[in-house]
Write a protein that binds this ligand. Structure first.
Ligand SMILES: [Zn+2]
Length: 501
């Protein structure tokens, strides 16, 4: 080896060292965001001292976990978790559209418990103990203001959703023959195909788009597909945006995006099941197993939506229900929240034409099909909001019989003024018979459409049936759409449209 070559090698080594130092410095720069929540996992009977992100210390003990399963698929529908925080006891609920609860010096939630693993079709959480908890200081934001926005330019709950480990049910309905449950740990937001715009929830680096991935990144928490974008934010969290109808050309691996930057349009591409939605999920390895796990997004998208749109009141009638004919279920509107005052009334308006006052109601159905029960909530500031509880009912005597299942959507969902054209879209699964009939709730004549029959093996093909309607007066409209199948079984769905002054 001659001296020149040796010298050059030395220079290259030095240069590599400099590069390494630069990378270390740039990775630990000021843009790095430390989450406001701390995460811990406990077994039943275990107690832990936990330091919150503000330095306060609390004592958390897991006392018991009680799960409620349905009698059709044995899937978990409700989780009651009893804990003590600094010797004060509380029973809270896991997932299923529940927000963190405030207790003493903390806000706490329980995104996952071990019981889900008994019949889950996959490990989406990386949990090793009996339960995982997230803890925030009292009165803390859940996610830093200015670092996270709602990922769709759309009204809250404008269509159907899957969230908080809710068993997947939109499109073909819950399949009673499938015993391994897809508990949806991410947050699905339904909407209008090719119309609702998806934006980046955070600043971040695009690490995958249209199946192209950035070199150095070969470890992803889920599928790499042509309809998927992955963005890594300054927390080191991976955000997945799936089923996009189109992805904007600027979104390429290696590109840095700003919070709120448009990514693409909502669609039903990839493994969507055929309903139009954004699959939004957050993954990280901040858990006891060090493997990919879902960071439950519901609390973050809720808080981001409230910050951006100041809704005053949000009605929540979700998750959906799965029942046998004749079986009773409990409808519960208590997850609704007034941000402006206090809720002063809960009214349920049922498909059978009856009404009931009060947040909690019992209901049963004699005929199988898909029902949508209306929850109307009013608060002390005069705000009104609606949400809908989807109930899928199967005939106890014909468990193999399918029911028609429907996804409605509309666009635009925000800033609608009298006279504005609004596009209403619908698709019905599991039947080729019948038509969809729209009632816009404003006294106008009903409109009949027919969505194309959905092929189960090729559910991304075909478009939703479309019709355009304009409302002449400001107000809240509950729009209804229904369709019957060959057996006369009905699917009924609702949308809430607000027309502004
Ligand atoms: Zn999804």
């Amino acid at each position: 080896m001659n001296n020149t070559l040796f010298g050059m090698k030395k220079i290259i080594c030095l240069w590599k060292l400099c590069l390494l130092i630069f990378l270390i410095v740039s990775c630990s720069d000021a843009s790095r965001i430390t989450p406001l929540r701390v995460v811990t996992e406990l077994n039943i009977g275990e107690s832990q001292e936990i330091e919150l992100s503000n330095g306060e210390i609390i004592q958390l003990e897991l006392l018991s976990i009680d799960v409620v399963r349905d009698s059709l698929r044995n899937a978990i529908r409700e989780v009651n978790v009893k804990v003590s925080v600094d010797d004060e006891e509380i029973t809270m609920h896991s997932g299923n559209y529940n927000l963190p609860v405030e207790m003493g010096k903390v806000q706490i939630d329980c995104p996952i418990v071990k019981e889900y693993y008994a019949n889950s079709n996959s490990d989406r959480w990386g949990l090793s103990a009996d339960a995982r908890f997230r803890l925030w200081p009292e009165e803390s934001a859940l996610i830093q203001p200015g670092t996270f926005v709602y990922p769709v330019k759309q009204k809250w709950f404008a269509s159907m959703t899957h969230s908080g480990n809710e068993p997947c049910f939109v499109d073909w309905g819950e399949n009673l023959a499938v015993k391994d449950i897809y508990y949806h740990s991410g947050h699905d937001i339904g909407g209008a195909e090719g119309m609702d715009e998806i934006v980046s929830a955070t600043d971040g680096l695009v690490v995958s788009a249209r199946k192209d991935t950035l070199e150095r990144y070969d470890d992803f928490p889920g599928d790499i597909r042509t309809d998927v974008v992955y963005i890594v934010d300054n927390r080191g969290w991976y955000y997945r945006y799936s089923h996009l109808d189109s992805i904007y050309p600027a979104i390429k691996p290696g590109v840095r995006v700003k919070m709120g930057q448009r990514i693409g349009l909502m669609g039903k591409q990839g493994g969507s099941g055929g309903w139009v939605h954004l699959h939004f999920d957050i993954s990280n390895k901040e858990n006891s197993t060090g493997t990919w796990g879902t960071e439950d997004a519901y609390a973050y998208v809720w808080e981001a939506y409230v910050r951006q749109y100041d809704p005053g009141l949000i009605a929540v009638a979700r998750p959906h229900h799965l029942l046998w004919t004749g079986q009773e279920t409990t409808l519960d509107g208590r997850k609704s929240k007034s941000l402006a005052g206090d809720i002063i009334s809960y009214e349920w308006i049922f498909c059978d034409g009856t009404n009931a006052d009060g947040p909690v109601q019992k209901k049963s159905y004699e005929k199988s099909g898909e029902y949508s029960e209306i929850l109307k909530v009013t608060d002390s500031e005069g705000n009104v909001d609606y949400d809908f509880a989807v109930i899928q009912v199967y005939d106890r005597d014909k468990p193999d019989q399918t029911i028609p299942v429907m996804q409605p959507a509309y666009h635009p969902t925000l800033n609608i003024k009298p006279g504005d054209p609004v596009t209403f879209l619908v698709r019905t699964f599991n039947t080729a018979a019948g038509h969809e009939v729209w009632d816009f709730g404003d006294g106008s004549p009903q409109v009949t459409v027919k969505s194309e029959t959905v092929d189960r093996r090729n559910y991304t093909a075909g478009r939703f049936a479309e019709t355009v309607h304009a409302f002449s007066e400001p107000g809240h409209y509950v729009v209804r759409v229904e369709r019957s199948d060959e057996a006369g079984l009905q699917a009924i769905a609702h949308l809430h449209v607000v027309v502004e002054e």
